[in-house]
Design a protein around this ligand. Sequence first.
Ligand code: NAD
Length: 304
Amino acid sequence: MRILANDGLDKKAVGKFIEEGIYVDTKHYEKDELKDIIKNFEVLIIRSATTIDKEFIDLAKTKKLKLIIRAGVGLDNIDVDYAEKNGITVTNTPNASSNSVAELVLGHMISLARYITISNITLRDGQWNKKIYTGTEISGKTFGIIGFGRIGKALAKKASALGMNVIFYDKYYKNDDNFPYLPFEEVLKRADFISLHVPSTEKPIIGEEEFKLMKDGVFLVNAARGGAIDEDCLIQALNTDKLAGAGIDVFMEEPCPKAALCNHPKVSVTPHIGAATKEAQMRIGEEIIDIVMDFNGKINTIAI
Ligand code: NAD
């Protein structure tokens, strides 16, 4: 069996496949090259950098490709229905990165509340802004989590341990043993900090009307998907007293996000690195080994 890991793969997972006699190519191919090269592989492993659309599937389906693995959570860069209709199984590794994303969100929150990001910029520029940077403790503040799945829940536990009062809204999950569910508007109205953990949405869930409901001086974090917040409204809210700060790991346009957002003095930005820890990548690698070995077993059984 031959695997193409187009957006990279943890070294241990590569080693394990080689041990098992499975060929792994970890070179990144851009779209045009990928369309040709894919005919040599049964398995394609991608992250968010590779998009699998109808056109790609039409080229791949007549060839060998049988399995696409998204090393991560969202499947929004893959046309899953069309792939599966054409006999290609699509799967992902949903659990591996929850803890890493939750830790990054807390990092953004503390960084904003205590002016850590902007201090790094201004102090390097020779400014001693000790009097300006009087921050806010996160302890004792109300923390509204929108989307209470794997990451939302992991974050709630950590934030609660740091003394925050967690409330949440989820479109489908409403009864939790540890944290109170509130309607969306109520979470927006009550929270001092808000963090989004919803799947990819067709249109933003935070726009002009939602910003109006929020308290003045709220902190907002998005480590879900770029499209979850209307970025023009976000920049507008940053330019007023509405937002005290925004922590952004995901953008509408990646890898070239809006300069007005990235350069805003009230933001803490990271280049979509929620899952980029050694531990998450190792766990993703382990999940991928299990998926591929299981798949390989099935292929061999069919062949016998
Ligand atoms: P999950 O499926 O476990 O949880 C998502 C939750 O959102 C579910 O409980 C669902 O009921 C709820 N939901 C769906 N639509 C909603 C809506 N419109 N409003 C409110 N709630 C809604 O997913 P997860 O593993 O917790 O991941 C959450 C998000 O984080 C995904 O968008 C994923 O792509 C993103 N993510 C980002 C990174 C990163 O690098 N920044 C890494 C991993 C995951």
